[in-house]
Design a protein around this ligand. Sequence first.
Ligand code: DGY
Length: 323
Amino acid sequence: MSKPKVLVTRRWPQAVEEKMAQIFDLSLNTSDTPLTEAEFTSALGQYDAILPTVTDRLPAAVFESTAPRTRILANYGVGFAHIDTAAAKDRGIAVTNTPDVLSECTADIAMTLMLMVARRAGEGERELRDGRWTGWRPTHMIGTKVSGATLGIIGFGRIGQAMAQRAHFGFGMKIIVQNRSAVPAEVLARYNAVQVPTIEDLLPQCNFVSLHCPGGVANRHLINSRRLDLMRPGAFLINTARGEVVDEHALAQALWFGTIGGAGLDVFEREPKIPRELLDSDNLVLLPHLGSATRETREAMGFRVLENLSDFFEGRQPRDRVA
Ligand code: DGY
């Protein structure tokens, strides 16, 4: 039997590319640049499987003009709002993602941002490297204490829970949760967490708010100027979820006017473009979408895609099927 023809849309860790090449008739995108919509449409007619990732855009239009050969889109990443899953399903194309394996590293980056912004680590490093540091003094670069503070977590799936684990057990933080569905009592009890019904209930109670909900149209600008106004003065917003969840202009205004104390962002609405008004904010820590960027996790994500593909082509239900 001939091997399935598989297209990988970006470069992946070498160990995974090598293993995949043994199993599939593999095409790699050696230029490592995102495919255009026209290239996707053409690829859907040529490959049995396409392995896209967060930098790819697969709107309904991509699926319209071809009788697809592709039977599965095995996404490299947990978020899949960049794929119109309903349109894929209509054309009989399965979609999978890579949950679990990146939860710890993404929560680590959320903690990193929280600590950096509260303790002014970015500002401090800039001052030191620029030769502006004049030495220790009792009033120098005073930040906000993280240990023992209250953390609000919006979206309490795997990554939200990994965040609660770190914040509660590592930093003695009190955890308040907002989630679309009711979180089982035993899960809340694990972190001594309290679930509140709405974001409006959560925001005024927290020193830190960390976003761990999905992106996509439903959550676009979930954090807008009205909700930023509900945060405590001096509170911090952390986003490692998806850029579109935060209205970036409203955030820049809140930072400028001191409505909130600061923010830490790993994701942006128009990556890799960052609005000038964010770049100019000193009370903001910016990272280039590093949530899952460790060797261990990026390999685990690739091997998870491989597992999904093998299951699919060997007639089993892939464990991470989302459409
Ligand atoms: C994802 O998996 O959705 C991340 O944003 C990339 O790690």
